[in-house]
Design a protein around this ligand. Structure first.
Ligand code: NAD
Length: 257
């Protein structure tokens, strides 16, 4: 599978799943645009290292996905956008009657609205190129709910709905739009919580993983960022040309329960 000649824009890709997806797209030969809201030397170094490792063009473009005009500017600055991966996302956990308004607004802006703006900016480029792939990183929480995650669950269900709409609007073109729905993925963010939670509940780290973090994931194993990246590469392949407007769960059986 070669994505040589394609340019991929991956939002929120200086760590975690976004970085894993960007790496697999680069491994498959795509030019990649990395993004986050920071503009540190290490962000640009990450791009330079990835370019060297995979022999493809990799750029880092700063843009804050909570701001609609910056979302659109990211795609425009990329210059081309054959593959758009809407991945940037944040979380906040709180009962709905205590949910801070600014957290609600930030989650809806970053996890949902940003995908509206980037997709709106990218589709004309994909149409001009005659080919495109929109991949939204939703969640098992795009298909099911948990208490205390109202904004996140609302945003993720919203992006699954938008995925279907964009697929219908592009159905007669060589453009697809799908959502990947991960369960728990081992990212630095999740890993960092394990020692603290173990101390809090007086458990071993293995017990925390199985009984607390992966309580709802029947495989009792994390998905990896490489597996999410590989799923994205598959969605870009010709094998997936008729897969559009749907979700692919990578959740160890969570949503089968
Ligand atoms: P992460 O915190 O490691 O990565 C989030 C990325 O988004 C980072 O690169 C961060 O810099 C970026 N980001 C945050 N706010 C931003 C902003 N305002 N503008 C631009 N970039 C911004 O988290 P992750 O676990 O890799 O999550 C990535 C996506 O995967 C999210 O949409 C998340 O909801 C989804 N997801 C994660 C899991 C999991 O278990 N880790 C499971 C299901 C879905």
């Amino acid at each position: 599978m070669s994505l040589k000649g394609k340019t991929a824009v991956v939002t929120g890709s200086n760590s975690g799943i976004g970085l894993g997806v960007a790496r697999e797209l680069a491994r498959a030969g795509a030019s990649v645009v990395l993004n986050s809201f920071t503009d540190r030397d290490e962000d640009h170094q990450l791009a330079a290292d990835m370019a060297k490792e995979f022999g493809v063009e990799v750029r880092y473009i700063k843009a804050d996905m909570s701001k609609g005009d910056e979302c659109r500017a990211l795609v425009e600055q990329a210059g081309a956008c054959d593959i758009l991966v809407n991945n940037a996302g944040i979380q906040h956990v709180s009962p709905i009657d205590e949910f801070p308004v600014e957290k609600w607004d930030a989650i809806i802006a970053i996890n949902l609205n940003s995908a509206f703006h980037t997709t709106a900016a990218a589709l004309p480029m994909m149409r001009k190129a005659g080919w495109g792939r929109v991949i939204n990183v939703a969640s098992a929480h795009g298909l099911t709910a948990s208490p205390f995650k109202s904004a996140y669950v609302a945003a993720k269900h919203g992006i699954v709905g938008m995925t279907k709409t964009v697929a219908l609007e592009t159905a007669r073109e060589d453009i697809t739009c799908n959502a990947i729905c991960p369960g728990y993925v081992k990212t630095p963010l999740v890993e960092a919580q394990i020692p603290d939670t173990a101390a809090k509940y007086n458990m071993t780290e293995d017990e925390v993983i199985e009984k607390v973090i992966l309580e709802r994931q029947p495989s009792k194993e994390f998905a990896t960022t490489e597996q999410i990246g590989g799923t994205a590469v598959f969605l870009c392949s010709d094998f997936a040309a008729q897969i559009t407007g749907t979700t692919i769960s990578v959740d160890g059986g969570w949503t089968a329960l």
